[in-house]
Design a protein around this ligand. Structure first.
Ligand code: DAH
Length: 339
């Protein structure tokens, strides 16, 4: 019996030290110490011992039990720690890894410029007006003193849906819609998209943007037009910037002019931006034609006005020295993120 107990102890010690998880440990406990376990089986043979041997074997059996229990406890603590360690490794979360960056967008360069211009006009008491991009020839042409048969209406240049519906070719149509709905004094700007049947190249696109301006009040003169545009460009480019007005022709203004700006890049010296001219052609403008006011039931003997229209793409390209208009529409982040 002594040998049996000794060998039980040795085999239990060995098995316990090899156990690698808590389930295995539990089955070893059952195997050695359980009711039908090996130790119980040995103790059942106590009856066959000589009476003086029984207490000695009893004490030895207790030692073996204690030893196995002690090892069970020790291994259970060790295995728990190992299992925790393993679990932590499996659920590996490395908080030192860089996180996935959210890319925040920002304003498109054209919106940067448009918003600046709108803000400057707001500070001068202008409101922002809008009109539809699908227009009738009346608002796009007729009421702007551009009668049927005028070359500007040519189907070669303009997107018609039908004889009486087209994509507006200019934001000037908003002038008419605004004057029909407001009475003077009127001070508005109308930024928006316009369409022309142009092929895409570095300076053309069949869809582009304009910002229209209109002022109608008593005693409005060419001087007010000049002062307003001068203020706009001094705000945009600095007090030493100059404007220059050259006679031109538009059907809806009389007199009409094109406004040049002294080059903001070289301050008039001549450079790449102004192509050596010192001046940059900026926009069309003029005094509202009396016939346009009449179309809108505004008495031209009481009221006068001025108007202007500028190309947003062109202004953006000049400001940021962008050489190809297509860059503004291609949405290439490598380009756009520079602004
Ligand atoms: N609508 C003109 C164009 O697209 C630009 C323009 C010129 C607008 C003179 C005006 C103006 O309001 O007075 O070419």
């Amino acid at each position: 019996m002594r040998e049996k107990l000794e060998s039980l102890k040795v085999s239990a010690e060995e098995a316990l030290s090899r156990a690698s998880d808590s389930r295995e440990l539990e089955s070893l406990r059952v195997r050695y110490l359980g009711k039908k376990g090996e130790l119980t089986a040995i103790l059942k043979q106590m009856g066959s011992l000589a009476p003086e041997e029984r207490p000695v074997m009893g004490a030895l059996a207790n030692d073996v039990r204690n030893r196995i229990e002690e090892m069970l406890g020790k291994r259970s603590v060790e295995i728990e720690a190992l299992e925790l360690e393993k679990k932590l490794q499996d659920e590996d979360l490395d908080i030192t890894l860089p996180s996935k960056r959210k890319v925040l967008g920002h304003k498109h360069p054209m919106n940067i410029l448009q918003d600046e211009i709108v803000e400057i006009f707001r500070s001068m008491g202008f409101v922002v007006a809008e009109g539809p991009e699908i227009e009738t020839p009346y608002y796009n042409f007729t009421a702007l003193n551009t009668p049927e048969g005028h070359p500007a209406r040519d189907v070669q240049d303009t997107f018609y849906f039908s004889d009486d519906l087209l994509l507006r070719t200019q934001t000037s149509s908003v002038q008419i819609r605004a004057m029909e709905n407001m009475s003077p004094p009127i001070r508005l700007i109308a930024p928006g998209r316009v369409y022309r049947k142009d092929d895409v190249d570095a300076t053309h696109s069949p869809m582009f943007h304009q910002i229209e301006g209109l002022v109608v009040d008593k005693n409005i003169t060419m001087g007010d037009l000049k002062g307003t545009l001068d203020t706009l460009f001094k705000e945009l480019y600095g007090k030493d910037i100059k404007t220059r007005f050259r006679p031109h022709h538009f059907p809806f203004t009389e007199p009409s002019a094109e406004m040049d700006l002294s080059c903001f890049a070289c301050r008039g010296q001549g450079c790449r931006v102004c192509k050596g001219e010192g001046w940059i052609e900026m926009l069309g403008c003029g005094v509202v034609h009396p016939r346009v006011l009449e179309y809108c039931n505004i008495d031209p003997t009481v009221y006068t006005g001025f108007a202007f229209g500028l190309g947003t793409e062109r202004m953006t390209m000049l400001r940021y020295e962008i050489e190809d208009m297509r860059l503004l529409f291609e949405n290439d982040m490598r380009f756009l993120s520079q602004f």
